[in-house]
Design a protein around this ligand. Sequence first.
Ligand code: UD1
Length: 436
Amino acid sequence: MKPELDLERAKKVGTKTMDEIWIQGGRSLKGTVSCGGSKNATLPILAAVLLAEGRYRLTNVPHLMDVTTMVKMLGRFGVTSERPDTHTMVIDTRQQQNAEAPYDLVKTMRASIYVLGPLLARYGEARVSLPGGCAWGPRPVDLHIKGLEALGARVDIDHGYIAAYAPDGLRGGTISFDVSSVGATGNVLMAAVTAAGETVIENAACEPEIDALATFLTAMGARIEGIGQARLVVHGVHDLHPADAAMIPDRIEAGTLLAAAAITGGDVEVTDVNPAHLGAVLTKFESAGASLERSDTSVRLRAPERPLPMKVITQPYPGFPTDMQAQFMALLSVADGASTIADTIYHDRFTHVAELQRLGADIRVEGNTAFIRGAESLSGAPVMATDLRASAALILAGLVAGGETRVSRVYHLDRGYERLEAKLAALGASIRRVRP
Ligand code: UD1
């Protein structure tokens, strides 16, 4: 998302827009840290509650700005929620009604588009703002639209809004996505669960967050076959009912915490994770020379003295996630040799490169590939976060850079990490949040 829009929004919602993270680099991280619930699993599950009337209890919900934005969005439809404790959410959809998903919320968080499928399924009509682009280029929604059309919806683009209609209800159909899309798979799945007859989704995204959504929908009474596979078959049901769910661990937060250990020569155990969701990322840590110990719910990483260089290519799950690309860019900036990182999901997702260069990283970008020559050391400087994962990358680089690094615009970080600085400080980092 565009930084200026974000800033405007952050002011509106009363966030600490001016907060900075100040880091004194050079400390090895050691200890045990717990990983929170997944943001990207929570967001579609929050949208799915629109499908059935009643009360829901969600646990292990991360306390993040994006979750707050989705809750605000639900508020537009008359859905209320409470947090009896920090990570539990009780949601009530008994007063729910259809309404427009407005630009001011959708532009700040693209995942708002997840309300399109459930609203259309429930009311036969939905009006959701187009999200627009983001800092690293256009992010189309054509696959969401094509998927809903395959279920019999009529979709118009009208004054910046997606207006979808299915006055006689949705009916099952076959959708074969050209590109694997997490968002489009989730949206179509939510629309299909109450559509008449059978829906087949080919080339469905297999990300764990989609499995979590499908599992939640199943708990609500949906009939879905092939969960975890690229071919999902949905048998439409008449009625759904509320369900409770625990959010899965956030594999990107876990990967970021392990990267903090790897970049600082540390020894860190991350608990409350699902190591199976981290397969490609853990393989790359091993390529970097780290030694890993896995249990069912934890990963311990012992870092090499200096990371080894490597080649990284982002791919849909189970490949290496684009959401870990920036963090590996920081790691490989101090590797013992030359590395490449190609992002095949978002070809322009490199806004963090210029900021890492300010810390002394030697990176050149050509097309969708970054060529990184590992430097022996980085040197602290003021830098600016440009998006969520870029913020994490700058913090990681700051942990090894000599002297002080001050990361500004950390409202990007707050969208998707819960108290990252506190977790890193507990592992021995010299890091604090400052309100200048
Ligand atoms: C989700 C994640 C995001 C992650 C991304 C890729 C959430 C809330 N966000 O985003 O953190 O970086 O998956 O793993 O879960 N595309 C189209 N047309 C569409 C939709 C997508 O061409 O209608 C393309 C995109 O430009 C991109 C690719 O498909 O190249 C994958 O994007 P997608 O999986 O849809 O990303 P999101 O669901 O938006």
